[in-house]
Each structure stands twice: as structure tokens, then as C-alpha cells.
Design a protein around this ligand. Sequence first.
Ligand code: AHG
Ligand code: MN
Ligand code: MN
Length: 332
Amino acid sequence: MPKTLVEHVRERHGDALAELFEALAGAAKRIEARIRTAPLSDALGAFGHTNVQGEQQQKLDVFANDAVIGAVRTLGSVGGVVSEEDDEPVVFLDRPGARFVVITDPLDGSSNLDVDVNVGTIVSVQAIGPGEDARLAALKPGTAQVAALYVNYGPATMLVYTAGRGTHAFTLREGEFLLSGEDLAMPERGPYYSVNEGNAAEFPAAVRTYLEKLRDGSLLGTKYGSRYVGSFIADFHRTLLKGGVFLYPPTAKTPKGKLRLLYEANPLAMLAEQAGGRATDAGEDGRETRRILEIVPKEPHERTTLVIGSAAEVAAFGDVAAAAVGSVPQEK
Ligand code: AHG
Ligand code: MN
Ligand code: MN
């Protein structure tokens, strides 16, 4: 019988993190059960509220958010939660033993829900020092993350985590997340690039040049195919297993990028690096690209541009961005 998630975490990272992962796995199972039969219930559709991101909340965004917060609220080790779905961090008071703050995108890719395409849950865990406020602990750079995980609600329900000693995959079977891939290594090069081509006219010159060279094979010697699901965890999971590169460059609408640093870019950047991959921003405003994990957040919901995937493709983007003075569309 393969190791369970909780056994794997407990062996490698101790009881406190294992207890947190057990609670998060419980939330993931509740979300999975709801998603699997959503078309038969009234679970789909808009909740009728716009979140701090200015996006229409889906009912399942709210359900997933409640599931994650409800699961960790009972743990003395968790001092608070920062969530895409809550304007302000949710701080649990009187937690002298608090060790972690949970930072989450409870439902990633929710625009794909009603067409039955993969969605996910993303969690980043930062440490809280003695007496440290959970709000401040959440604003540490990605290099300080204690752990990162995502759940991919796909043909299989998979949970992929790292706590700094490799990236490991688990598959849900009869209520248990069972080890199905240990010490994953992202392939050096991949067959695909992944970007929303609908925004291509607005990409900076460096991004357009990079994509053209991937397509015609002149950058790294082989022609790349294109895959774009529109759920970050699905596009990332494919990139983790097959190699390649995912980009969310600046656009006119999102000059700083669309993806959020704390609960999308940082956790998946840690998972990528632990699997031998890399993650940078797109080097907008003509400057060099920055390693995602070294960006110091200023506020919980800040966004970043993103280039994440195999080391060769991300490094090649850095070279193209350094050679060209990127021209970012000015904010309208
Ligand atoms: P969320 O559903 O949590 O808001 O995230 C959606 C994100 C991410 O999952 C995906 O990569 C990106 O939005 C797709 O954006 P575009 O539709 O603009 O390409
Ligand atoms: Mn998301
Ligand atoms: Mn989301």
C-alpha cells in the first residue's frame, strides 16, 4: 500500500505540518465531492458578489473558501488565513501556539467550473514567529515559505506538495491521498508553451519575440506546441510533468500581470524550483526578470507577471528579456 500524504509529511516534516496537511486534505475532499456532482445541484453559477479582485465570485469559490478556513480554524497551530476570496486576512485571535499562516486560492480556474474543466485549490504556508501578527507573516517573500501545495480536481484528484525537500504527488483513492510520484523532476525541456494568445497583441516585444522563436524552433532548436487550459494549476501540472513553460505576461488590462503573488505564483514557484524548474516575472518596464520567490510582497493581493517552467525555457526568456527593452502597454 503506498504511503498516505499524512504519513509522508509526518515522516519528513513532523507532526505539526502533518496535522495541518490532514486538515487541508479534508477540505480538498469536501471540495472534490461538491465539484464532482455540481451540475446536479445548484452549486454552479455566480454567488452574486464581487471579490476584492473585482471578479464575480462563483458559489463554489465561496464553498471552497469556507471549506479551507473551516478546516484550519480548529488548529491551534494556525494563526490566520489570507484568501483570494477575503478582502482582509482572517486572523484567529488568542493563538499563542500559532506557527503557520495559511495563504490560499481556494478555487483556482473557477471560470472553468461550468464547462467541467480542471479546477484546483492552492495553498502556501508561511511561518509565524512568536508574537508575530499573521498579517505580517503573510507578507514574507516566497523563499520563506514553509510549504506549498495544490490540488488538481481532474480525471484523478491529485495533490502535489513540497515542504522544501522535493516535490511529491498523491492521488485520491477511497478517501486517502496515496503517494503516486515522489521527488518529481521537471523535464529539462518541454514540448509546449502555455499562454493566453488572445492577449498576444498587447504583450511586450520581448514576450512576442520569445514566443515567435519557440514556435519556429530558432530559440532552443525544437518547435514548440501550444496548450492553454485557463486554470493555472492544470497548466502548471502539465508543465511539471511534461516540461515546457507557462507565461502570464503584462497586458493592457493587467500591466502587473493577472496572477497573485502570495497564493498563485509563490506556491507554484516553490514547487517548480523543488522539481528543478524555475519561476521569474516577465521583467516588465524593460528591466531584468526577477526570481518570483525573492519578490517582497507589499500587500496580500498583489499581482505579478509570471514565466514558470523548465529551467531551459525560463532562462531563455530571461536572455530575450535582457536583450530587448520590453515595452509594456501603459495602463489605460
Ligand atoms: P482564479 O479562478 O483563482 O481567479 O484564477 C484564474 C486564473 C488562473 O487560474 C489562470 O491561469 C488565469 O486566471 C487565466 O486567465 P485568462 O483567462 O486571462 O487567460
Ligand atoms: Mn487562481
Ligand atoms: Mn480562485
